[in-house]
Write a protein that binds this ligand. Structure first.
Ligand SMILES: Cc1cc2nc3c(=O)[nH]c(=O)nc-3n(C[C@H](O)[C@H](O)[C@H](O)COP(=O)(O)OP(=O)(O)OC[C@H]3O[C@@H](n4cnc5c(N)ncnc54)[C@H](O)[C@@H]3O)c2cc1C
Length: 476
């Protein structure tokens, strides 16, 4: 098997090493899980079915990488702790630091967000640039081996089936035989298409229950050459559909190489066509004209790419009564969100951070027996808030279907007033952005100080959206 690690290695293995760990999937969740495992295990093997590019290029196993990817501040904080100097490296490679809402023309809930420098920032770049920098650093770790172009075909269990003891791997290159790799811990980070439920079923484990909120979302993306004469006073444009019946969204985002990535999308039936005229018409039909005004003049430098996402999908591993030792699931394999909220990579980072803490605690308590139960319980708490933000937000739009948590309409009614207030109140805009960036819990918007401010805004300002909500045009 080919060890692609030809980059600088860490001098010695970690002091508290536990044997061998395997991570399946070398995208964001897998890279971060592997980074954490390298501090706790003597050897870590990362297995990826794709050939991994040396540069910032999109690849087949991560098709979403060709679309706009925002990294929230919470995710950036964790990544920079795991990889000191990562932010500087990304900026040197062309990422731009943008202030929210200072650098963004943001139309939502029927109005433009108030613009001011808040100090809340984000690094804007392409997904392949971020992934390539994280990957380069992970592959340089001394006790990590990466097997590229290997498919994990299944799991190997102990005779009594209470423990996963390894995986079977199938090389993608011709003439090489399937083989088995033993491990003390295996992590599934294979994304939304994870086969864990299918792999565990023949071993006698039930499938996890799923929460699926059907959104029928579609992305169409194209790259443009940045032209400052087309966009003079901002770096990002984000136009959200006005609930409940508007379905179309658009975003323009700076990425390295002097490019803009423009993603147009929409809920059920609101997808943007992947042709010149249809794309421009979709941009023109958004709730505000800002993206159209730029792209009708800017130079396109790529073809169109599309991606569909049928639902927010959460697999409730925390609710399973039985789960084998020596096995875990992370990242999109556990929960994948409507991408417009830009949460998936940051949630993967939050899970990796939790994983690190759980492994440290397990080290003190003397072992990994029963580790999965505690991890899944804590991971469910990590996922709860981003899930509430995404699913709650989606239920504002007509046609979105799924089991609605009790109180969703009431919360949305209140959050509608928060949105409305962000059109003119910088303090509320900051509070709201901190929740979106996953720096604060949604419950922070219900702090008495915030509620009072929202009520004050409600009395003083009445925009059309507020009036629509107060007339009872609530989401279905
Ligand atoms: C259109 C779109 C836009 C998005 N925008 C954002 C955004 O703005 N911000 C954000 O934070 N998140 C965004 N996301 C989500 C983000 O892409 C994911 O959350 C993130 O990539 C973490 O996913 P993952 O690593 O768990 O899985 P994935 O990224 O899906 O990676 C799975 C990996 O496993 C490999 N693999 C699969 N099966 C096997 C196997 N059997 N053997 C070996 N290897 C295997 C694949 O090749 C791949 O490398 C977006 C998603 C989509 C679909």
């Amino acid at each position: 098997m080919r060890d692609i690690v030809d980059r600088p290695r860490r001098a010695s293995p970690p002091p508290t090493s536990r044997g061998h760990a395997i991570v399946i999937g070398a995208s964001m969740a897998g890279l971060l899980a592997a980074r954490v495992l390298c501090d706790h295990f003597a050897r870590v093997t990362l297995i990826e079915r794709d050939s991994l590019p040396a540069q910032a290029e999109s690849r087949k196993g991560v098709p979403q990488g060709r679309h706009l990817h925002a990294l929230h501040a919470k995710g950036e904080q964790i990544l920079c702790r795991l990889f000191p100097g990562l932010g500087d490296g990304l900026i040197q490679a062309g990422a731009t630091r943008v202030d929210l809402p200072g650098d963004i023309v943001w139309f939502h809930f029927g109005g433009y967000n108030v613009r001011f420098k808040s100090g809340l920032t984000q690094l804007a770049m392409s997904r392949p640039l971020l992934e390539s920098h994280v990957r380069r650093r992970v592959l340089a770790i001394a006790n990590l081996t990466c097997l590229e172009q290997y498919d994990v075909a299944g799991l190997v269990a102990s005779p009594d089936r209470t423990r996963i003891t390894g995986v079977t791997v199938r090389p993608r290159t011709e003439g090489r035989a399937e083989s088995t790799l033993d491990a003390d811990l295996v992590v599934d980070a294979t994304g939304r298409g994870s086969r864990t439920p299918l792999w565990l079923e023949p071993l006698g484990y039930p499938k996890p229950t799923e929460s699926a909120i059907s959104i029928g979302y579609g992305y169409t993306t194209r790259l443009y050459r940045q032209d400052p004469t087309c966009l003079t006073d901002a770096r990002i444009i984000f136009i959200q559909p006005t609930p409940p019946h508007d379905k179309r969204l658009g975003a323009l985002y700076p990425i390295e190489g002097g490019r803009w990535i423009v993603t147009l999308g929409g809920y059920k039936g609101g997808h943007a066509p992947a042709d010149e005229q249809g794309f421009l018409e979709h941009a023109k039909s958004l709730a505000a004209p800002d993206i159209y005004n730029v792209i009708c003049r800017a130079e396109p430098i790529s073809d169109f790419v599309t991606h569909g996402l049928p639902s927010n999908l959460r697999r409730h591993y925390e609710k399973l009564a039985r789960f084998p030792d020596g096995y875990l699931v992370m990242g999109d394999a556990m929960c994948s969100f409507n991408p417009i909220y830009g949460q998936g990579m940051s949630v993967s980072a939050m899970e990796a951070d939790l994983f690190d803490r759980c492994l440290t605690a397990a080290g003190r308590q003397g072992g990994l027996r029963g580790f999965a139960r505690g991890f899944f319980n804590d991971a469910a708490k990590v996922i709860d808030n981003p899930w509430m933000i995404a699913v709650g937000g989606d239920f504002l739009y007509s046609g979105v279907e799924g089991k609605k948590a009790p109180g969703t309409d009431l919360v949305n009614w209140y959050v509608g007033h928060v949105h409305n207030a962000t059109h003119h109140d910088p303090a509320l805009a900051s509070a709201f952005i901190q929740v979106l960036m996953l720096l604060k819990a949604p419950s922070s918007l219900f702090h008495p100080r915030v509620v009072l401010r929202v009520l004050k805004n409600r009395l003083l300002n009445r925009s059309p959206v507020y009036q629509a909500i107060s007339r009872g045009v609530t989401p279905r």
